[in-house]
Design a protein around this ligand. Sequence first.
Ligand SMILES: [Zn+2]
Length: 440
Amino acid sequence: MSKATVFSDITIVTSNDDACVSVMEHAYCVVYEDKIRYVGLSKEEALEKAGLLSDDDVSVYEGKNKILCPTFANAHAHTPMSIFRNIADDFSLQDWLFGEIIPREDRMITDDFTYGHLLTLAEMIEGGTACAANMYDGANQITLASAEAGFRLQQTAMGKTCKDGVWSADSKNVEDFIALCNEQGKGLVKPSLLVHSVYLYPGSFYAELSELAKKYDIPVSVHISETIKENEDCMSSYGCTPVEYLDRAGLLSDTTVAAHCVHLTENDMRILAERKSWVAHNASSNMKLASGFADMVGMQKAGIRLCLGTDGASSNNNQDMFMEMRLASFMAKGKTYDPTVMKASDVFHMATRNGYLACGFEDCGIIEEGMKADIQIIDYDCPQMWPLGNPISALVYSCGPKCVESVMINGKFVLYKHDLMTIDFEKVRFETKKTMERLK
Ligand SMILES: [Zn+2]
């Protein structure tokens, strides 16, 4: 038996495919099963539609002093890294990654991936995020945990093995992972290929990874030009920039999600725009690790498709997409001495519609009839948000996770009036504390 939900007399904020963000006050939205079935201003039409669809009574969600908008899609995350939160800070990226993080990751066991991932999902859901592009090992455990929690994910397959220091592509690993997504992902998990960066594998190996991604028609997930050192090393090893190198290897396409892109040349921007690759900007992580300030305005002008990410919780140290929207906007304004650039509506579009497109979910991220029901309800009856003023400004510049009252993914409440519905946080808290003590 399915019940339709009517969000009643609520302020709807949404972007569209022209990156135009609109506000509709005193509006109604009907959700039935996994989809949005009505968006409009007529109470009668909404109730009639809901009544026709429902086998049961209609459920009404009162919208007074509330905003209904699309949930966020975090386009660059390393979810299990939340277990390493606040234990290795104030290091350079190289010292942090190779000295502090990788040695701990090498000691992770199966359950650590599951509970580390669930810890991050709990934080993401409470902060209005319903989808993420996740770059991490432990793909199988992560996929099963996501499906159980009802969370959308683009998850990397490892797709490679290293024996005696020699890397080789692993087709079977990719094939098995695609099968797992199809059979047990509940339609919520899509596979991608972990390429990581230009500095982790031998030069000859990148063309093999490109062939693997093409063979199975899956997106590539990669960090690009995160630091000046990465660019300098690439230049001395290969005589070109990381973007040029990855492009020659065939790894840049319209499904590639390229994280960071802090230090790009004009030619790099031209290539990324031509390939229609997604660039996931990580403002907090780039500032915390002192990687630099990405030229978001330059990338926007070059026509690059932009989205936002948090990066892992050990380099951020949270998964707050409200903060990423705000910092992306402020960083761009500060960098260019121009307060008119990177408007609230620009970053809202990047955090919602563009994020979903980058993660491969084309029918999400817009509040419109026929789209999947990935929705968050913001309560603006609080000191942080009152008086509302412009709802788009309020969402980007004033709002935070504590204002998120409810979250629906694929038509199901995963957060209802501040209660997590699909994650046992007591269990997650117990398990992740144990892991943290073992690995610290
Ligand atoms: Zn990253």
